[in-house]
Design a protein around this ligand. Structure first.
Ligand code: SF4
Ligand code: SF4
Length: 190
């Protein structure tokens, strides 16, 4: 992991709000009444250091650095229960994605967390090939988390290779240049 960016919770909260308020219906975030319906509906909140309701409280209190340094956003399974049930129409799942983007941008996640490495590996392969070749993604993931696990999985990979279930050379999708143009445009807008 790169050296952590020196950015405090208030600055993070301001950056998050500026980005999130540009989402469709992002303004509704300000309408949170802290009812806790989101946390009560969330199938993974009991494993989170901060519940979905507490995330909005943290944004308001300028304590977003604590949330990003916790396991919360990486435990979210994107099931949309919170979004569907929020009485104020707040799209909390979108907020989780926005927080993941922010965490990766500022290199703020718990030491040893695997989900951010997996997400980076996934995006790297999609950028390169226009899709996700699993063998390349998993190699990248193991090298970033536990290289010994890559060695342990080698016999399994060889077996798949023999049965033609794994490729050594991956091909880009047709129209990859168009995908690159879309990504570039999205980054400019961002
Ligand atoms: S359900 Fe909606 S209004 Fe209630 S705490 Fe969660 S985000 Fe806020
Ligand atoms: S989308 Fe994430 S935060 Fe919302 S209920 Fe599902 S797991 Fe919980």
């Amino acid at each position: 992991m790169a050296e952590q960016t020196r950015i405090n919770g208030t600055e993070l909260a301001e950056e998050f709000l500026a980005d999130f308020l540009r989402h469709p219906e992002g303004e509704k975030l300000k309408l949170c009444i802290q009812c806790g319906t989101c946390s009560g509906s969330c199938p993974t909140s009991e494993f989170m250091d901060y519940t979905p309701r507490q995330i909005i409280a943290a944004v308001r209190a300028g304590l977003l650095d604590r949330v990003l340094n916790s396991n919360t956003i990486w435990v979210c399974s994107s099931c949309y229960s919170c979004t569907v049930r929020c009485p104020q129409g707040i799209r909390l799942t979108d907020a989780m994605y926005e927080l993941k983007r922010l965490a990766i941008k500022h290199d703020l996640f718990p030491r040893g967390a695997k989900a951010p490495v997996l997400e980076e590996a996934f995006m790297h392969e999609v950028d390169k090939y226009g899709r996700n070749p699993e063998s390349a993604m998993m190699t990248r993931f193991y090298l970033g988390t536990n290289p010994l696990e890559a060695v342990r999985q080698a016999p399994f990979a060889l077996g798949m290779l023999r049965r033609g279930r794994l490729k050594l050379r991956e091909k880009r999708i047709r129209g990859h240049a168009q995908l690159e143009a879309i990504s570039r445009r999205a980054e400019e807008v961002d």
